[in-house]
Design a protein around this ligand. Sequence first.
Ligand code: HEC
Ligand code: HEC
Length: 301
Amino acid sequence: MKNKKNILTIISICIFFCSFKSENYFESSKSFIVEDKPNYLALYGEYIFKRESCNNCHTFNQTKDTSFVSLDGLKGKYPASWHYNNFIDPQLFAPDSKMPPYFVLFDQKLNQSIFKQIYPNQKLSDWELLLSQAKLIQKSIQEDGETVESDTEVLALIEFLNNIPQSKELQKLDSLKNIQMKMKESIWLNEISDDNSGVYKVISDKNSSIIGKEIFKSNCAVCHGENGEGMIGPNLTDSYWLSGGDQKSIIKSIVYGNPEKGSIPWAYILEPKEVGQLVGYINSIKGSNPKNAKPKQGIKE
Ligand code: HEC
Ligand code: HEC
């Protein structure tokens, strides 16, 4: 008798947790499509996720356990065609990938009687809605130039993946990161506007050009060349500048970059001292006429 009670308790605990977990997705799915309706296609995808034991390698939370890959906050991270390709050939995106391909997802069609098991109290219109959701995913994949048959399971799994929300922990981490970025931004604002700030002072330090050279080699040379002669990025040794050659402009070019033109903002990566040292180095190579110099770009200063 006592044993039976124990078993019942365990079962109810399990039901509580299991329903808690799936309700999480249910809720997130709910917000996705038409009001009051859960995201049927995503629910179907969740079922496939479990059936294929994707959770042998994946979790939905950031964990310290590196044997699992977290899919936390995957919502909106990749277009449908990315997932499509990842299921055909995971090594396309991660050359050493341990993830197997999943051709079965492209062979098996979505099945109404399975959907009845996943979502028992459904109406015919729910199933039709699910199929129309699948068509949207199919369309988006086709627009990216891939072919995929209609009503295949892969469409549901992609919908599920594309609706995995951020966990509370990840949200916290993200907002922490945001705060840190904001702090860095305001530090830079002060550094750049005040002519007596650290970054300007460091530039003329005796050792700056030597230390700056090392920083340059490991961070900048890939795009500006070993000696600043220019490659993807412009030549930094001539007297032509795209964004200004005075000290303030050079600092700004490094700190804020020009992401649209392929120039990285270093504000979040380098400290003011390091940027000052880099400018010291850039000053020291001015007029050095390195080999293979890239033709002039910008305005002479
Ligand atoms: C044998 C382990 C394994 C299994 C099983 C597995 N994966 Fe993966 N998956 C990985 C690994 C490892 C990565 C990380 C990138 C890499 O090395 O391939 C990954 C990456 C991913 C990514 C990209 C995550 C990101 O943020 O970039 C998605 C999405 C994904 N897997 C979905 C699935 C789905 C869905 C299934 C089940 C159908 C599945 N995986 C089964 C190992 C696995
Ligand atoms: C991924 C490539 C890349 C890396 C890495 C890179 N840059 Fe650049 N950089 C560029 C490009 C591209 C431009 C030109 C942007 C434009 O067209 O406005 C540029 C522009 C600049 C400029 C302005 C030049 C001008 O003519 O006004 C400076 C200064 C500069 N980079 C310094 C650096 C320093 C210092 C580093 C290392 C901390 C660095 N860059 C790393 C690509 C890069």
